[in-house]
Ligand binder design. Structure first.
Ligand SMILES: *Cc1c(COP(=O)(O)O)cnc(C)c1O
Length: 468
């Protein structure tokens, strides 16, 4: 697979130029531009704008996309800030010291939100998303383990990382890119999430850490971090191995603190050394922002930290990329000020109410069985009720809904449950009760249509991977 695989449709049109609507062509301008080569000549700004604008307009309508977790709406003041800050480079701490200061304020605010024992002593950074944050978390775990092994005169060449089989694809990338053995604990009907059961079969002296997911991507369910920690306590009592936890809170770390404040999943659990989240998911910022915070400076090995020049001194940084946009960090700070704790709670509670309402309604339809009820993060999944029909699958239903503009993916569950297909809805800020009712009406109609068929739909079952 190449990073830019060309779709059938693109291949068909590859040779043909992009044509301009004659209305937009200025005198003397060409009425077409090459599709796959940089054009030889300049275009007028309006013309270039029109071409890009028109093509991007054909992207899906984000409001009807019930598949993505990523923020797609911000208010006008945020949009204004975004434009004003579009030129800021996050790495340039010297040139943009206030942006750097705001970044570290935000990281401290998150350390506080996640109950770091001393938020001022926690360390954290913004990233381009949770994927980068997870890479940094994994690297810190790996390096700490290597130092400890070498100090003990033991080999440090076969690290492994323990996680559920339902992890997001970024953890497969981490293990692949950084030569760490991925040990996946399979999910099952009895253990729908990693819950500590059977963990001793996976953890050994080469384990650099355990990943716990707060808001599993497949279903939205929380993994019980405290119970996983207790299982690791028992392993330590028996074997002496002190294995730490990283919490992948891409979604949940910006939900649980506001609407399930009593749930202990964060730095209140002693074994948790680091937590990541996606500022662009339930942090409510546009795409391009993640965060990671370590409980305290010792959790992040000093030899991973680089120094960049900052106001004549130097500032520690830990990141994969060098240059990256700074605007999203300012937008996160804007939202912390704009919404405050109460505002975030209101937004997340509204999403949660819509999700649990939708789940109840869908669960009451005879065609479906709920996988979970949307009460962790505002995300839930359902499967086709066994024996309901031989004529259609959730993939067909997904296709029918797509005809009405709704994007609701159907996909197989991970290893060991892969024969089970689920369909998932992600409720985000802006998905109102009204829209939920419109969606339910369309869903009922399409199920009615599929149920009225007297022979099977063609191509029962298209296997398909899904990585959101
Ligand atoms: C979305 C997600 C990621 C990846 O986050 P990005 O911000 O898209 O890079 C990692 N882990 C989980 C659990 C996620 O849901």
């Amino acid at each position: 697979m190449t990073p830019h695989r060309i779709s059938g449709q693109q291949r068909h049109r590859k040779a043909s130029p992009v044509e301009l609507n004659p209305v937009f062509v200025r005198p003397g301008e060409s009425s077409e531009v090459p599709r796959m080569r940089i054009p030889r000549d300049e275009s007028l700004p309006e013309t270039a704008y029109q071409i890009v604008h028109d093509e991007a307009m054909l992207d899906g309508n984000a409001r009807l996309n019930l598949a993505t977790f990523v923020g797609t709406w911000m208010e006008d003041e945020a949009n204004r800030l975004y434009l004003e800050a579009a030129d800021k480079n996050m790495i340039d701490k010297d040139e943009y010291p206030r942006t750097a200061e705001i970044e570290s304020r935000c990281a401290t605010m998150l350390a506080d939100l996640w109950h770091a024992p001393d938020p001022e002593r926690a360390v954290g950074t913004s990233t381009i998303g949770s994927s980068e944050a997870c890479m940094l978390a994994g690297l810190a775990l790996k390096r700490r383990w290597q130092h400890a092994r070498r100090a003990a005169g033991k080999p440090a060449d076969r690290p492994n990382l323990v996680m559920s089989s339902a992890v997001q694809v970024c953890w497969e990338k981490f293990c692949n890119y950084w030569d760490v053995e991925m040990r996946q604990v399979p999910v099952s009907m009895e253990h729908k999430v990693l819950d500590g059961d059977g963990l001793d079969g996976y953890v050994d002296e080469n384990t650099i850490g355990v990943v716990a997911i707060l808001g599993v991507t497949y279903t939205g369910m929380y993994e019980p971090v405290a119970r996983i920690a207790e299982a690791l306590d028992r392993i330590q009592a028996r074997t002496g191995l002190d294995v730490k936890i990283h919490v992948d809170g891409a979604s949940g770390a910006m939900v649980a603190p506001f609407i399930q404040p009593e749930l202990e999943w964060d730095f209140r659990v002693d074994r948790v050394v680091s937590i990541n989240t996606s500022g662009h998911k339930y942090g409510l910022v546009y795409p391009g922002l993640g965060w990671i915070v370590w409980r305290e400076a010792q959790c992040l090995p000093e030899d991973l930290v680089f120094r960049v020049s900052y106001l004549g001194g130097d500032m520690p940084t830990f990141a994969l990329n060098f240059s990256r946009p700074g605007a999203q960090v300012l937008l996160q700070y804007y939202l912390f000020l704009r919404l405050g704790f109460t505002g975030y709670r209101r937004v997340q509670q509204t999403c949660s109410d819509v999700a649990t309402y939708l789940a109840r309604e869908i669960g009451s339809m005879p065609a479906f069985d709920l996988w979970n009820d949307g009460s962790d993060i505002p995300v839930f999944a359902w499967r086709l009720h066994r024996g309901h029909t031989e004529n259609w699958t959730l993939h067909h239903l997904g296709d029918r809904l797509r005809m009405r503009g709704w994007l609701v993916p159907a996909y197989p569950m991970p290893a060991d449950l892969e024969e089970i297909t689920v369909q998932r809805v992600v409720v985000r800020n802006g998905f109102s009760r009204d829209m939920a009712d419109a969606f339910l009406a369309d869903l009922r109609e399409e199920v009615g249509y599929l149920d009225s068929l007297d022979s099977p739909m063609p191509g029962i079952g298209h296997p398909q991977a899904f990585h959101h």
